[in-house]
Design a binder for this molecule. Structure first.
Ligand code: NAD
Ligand code: TYD
Length: 377
């Protein structure tokens, strides 16, 4: 029996990790600790909420005493820490909340784990604190090419497969941190605290930095679900700047599989970058999404292209993210299971088939947020 806290389990990625662990490991007790902020939604976990090996605890990770109580009550021996404020645009408006949750909340989790595990006779033996972070801590990559070829050019991933790249550099685990947004600065700070707990106290920690995720249950303030919903309702699609920024997209279930693998087989104190060698310019991905939604809804493919609306760029907008996941692929044999075309088809279908899930979020409070966010763009 293992008792594992998953923080942020009611959010987008967390709900996929909780589902995977609850279903795959009936002999583990999964304790989902989530504050249920605007981004947390228990509807994401309807299918597993009655499983005997699952417990939900509504709690703020910053509330150290409560977190300590959860460790003691459930004899916790593993943590997969995902709870965070996660949206860059919100961090630009309200950096304090990001420092509070992402930095102080992570510190509170670390300190509770430390005090509880140090109090046990076996101490660190069999324990693991796994911190989920982002590639955004590395800053932004240039759009350059090795030999004067106009990007995108084709390069080879560790698997030997060819892929498109918009520059010659990639995020590797040894790069120095250069976060630009309040979100990534707060995540970078939390990563440093996790490593400090290993280096100072010997806590068995692991950190992973993943690229942009997409898939079911993502809160519709993020590019892909926001745009799917707007296309459906024929609302404008606010493209920041020229839409030239590049992101490296990974299907969320592939991230959850990587988390499972690394939690069980990853080397203590190591960092692993997770990504699928799948770079896209925003404008290109937006066109794929428009075509896919139109086709599935029986509209003429591409007829909603005129919804594209170029708006003021995001402040400090990072140009390009691209992960090199060679280390993870070589050491632990992980590979993404889905081609992007399959992943985006699955994702668009899921949002269109689950309109009630979307409507529940987009009515009420969200509408006010959305209006205030986009009013002055
Ligand atoms: P999300 O915003 O969808 O979910 C965050 C969850 O954390 C929500 O359920 C929320 O209620 C909970 N939470 C927030 N503050 C809390 C607090 N103080 N106490 C307890 N719970 C709290 O985020 P996501 O996209 O699922 O991201 C999860 C993690 O993965 C984050 O740490 C994020 O930095 C990281 N990450 C995300 C991506 C991505 O593309 N979404 C990529 C790489 C890494
Ligand atoms: P987002 O989903 O917010 O993820 P992140 O900022 O963590 O990469 O945004 C993905 C990209 O899409 C990013 O370059 C910003 C851009 N974007 C838009 O152009 N319009 C939008 O309405 C949103 C939400 C994002």
């Amino acid at each position: 029996m293992r008792n594992i806290i998953i923080t942020g389990g009611a959010g987008f990625i967390g709900s996929h990790v909780v589902r995977l662990f609850v279903n795959k490991y009936p002999d583990y007790h999964i304790i989902n600790v989530d504050k249920l902020t605007y981004a947390g939604n228990l509807a994401n976990l309807k299918d597993i909420e009655d499983k005997p090996n699952y417990t939900f605890v509504k709690a703020d990770i910053c509330d150290f005493e409560t977190i300590m109580g959860i460790f003691r009550k459930h004899n916790v021996d593993g943590v997969i820490h995902l709870a965070a404020e996660s949206h860059v645009d919100r961090s630009i408006k309200d950096p304090f909340t990001f420092a509070q949750t992402n930095v102080m909340g992570t510190l509170s989790m670390l300190q509770a784990a430390k005090l509880y595990w140090e109090s046990l006779p076996e101490k660190w033996e069999g324990k693991r604190f796994y911190h989920i972070s982002t590639d955004e801590v590395y800053g932004a990559l240039e759009m350059t090419d090795p030999e004067g070829i106009e990007p995108p050019f084709t390069t080879k991933a560790s698997s030997g497969k060819h892929h498109l790249a918009y520059g010659s550099k990639f995020f590797t685990e040894d790069l120095k941190y250069q976060p630009h947004s309040p979100y990534s600065a707060a995540k970078a700070s939390s990563d440093h605290f996790v490593r400090a707990f290993h280096d100072t106290y010997g806590m068995p920690t692991i950190v992973t930095n993943c690229s942009n995720n997409y898939g079911p249950y993502q809160f519709p303030e993020k590019l892909i679900p926001l745009f799917i919903n707007n296309i459906r309702h024929r609302k404008p699609l606010p493209v920041y700047g020229k839409g030239e920024n590049v992101r490296d997209w990974l299907f969320v279930e592939d991230h959850a599989r990587a988390i499972d693998l690394i939690f069980h087989k990853g080397t203590i104190a190591e960092t692993y970058n997770i990504g699928g060698f799948n770079e896209w310019k925003n404008i290109d991905i937006i066109k794929v999404v428009i075509n896919t939604v139109d086709r599935i809804l029986g509209r003429k493919e591409g007829e909603d292209m005129d919804l594209i609306t170029y708006v003021t760029d995001r402040a400090g907008h990072d140009m390009r993210y691209a992960i090199d996941s060679t280390k993870l692929q070589k050491e632990l044999g992980w590979e993404p299971s889905l081609q992007f075309e399959e992943g985006i088809e699955k994702t668009v279908r899921w949002y269109l088939d689950n309109q009630a899930w979307m409507d529940n979020i987009t009515s009420g409070e969200y509408e006010k947020y959305y209006e205030s966010m986009y009013a002055n763009r």
